[in-house]
Design a protein. Structure first.
Length: 123
């Protein structure tokens, strides 16, 4: 597990410095800054090469996710508005990125990534 500080952009979302966690897949990470423990498993029945690493990080402007049963990608900002997440809760809202694509977001059911299974528990 690697822990690296984030927050040099100067935007409103960067007002609170959020840690960024990198870990290997398959693997498990405990992220007390976000109050979550994640476990990522690889489905061996799906052909193809599994990704090597993943990052648990804070959402940032421009991030997009594909919600399960939706017609296309949505901005994380819009999803947070629909979830009625505001204020300080919104400043530290974790997403899990695998090879540039967000595959997990707290509080939202995303379209599953082929060959990956993400399990989250609150700390």
């Amino acid at each position: 597990m690697t822990l690296a500080p984030v927050g040099s952009g100067g935007s409103k979302e960067d007002a609170t410095v959020a840690p960024e966690y990198e870990f290997a897949i398959p693997g498990e990470i405990e992220a007390p800054a976000y109050g979550v423990r994640l476990r990522v498993e690889v489905d061996q029945t799906v052909s193809g090469k599994p990704p090597k690493t993943t990052r648990l990080r804070n959402w940032k402007a421009g991030d997009r996710v594909t919600l399960r049963y939706s017609s296309g990608p949505r901005k994380v900002k819009e999803v947070l508005e629909r979830l009625r997440i505001t204020g300080t809760k919104r400043t530290l809202w974790p997403v899990l990125e695998v090879e540039g694509r967000i595959v997990w977001m707290r509080g939202a059911e995303l379209e599953p990534e082929s060959g990956l299974r993400v399990m989250a528990t609150e700390l």
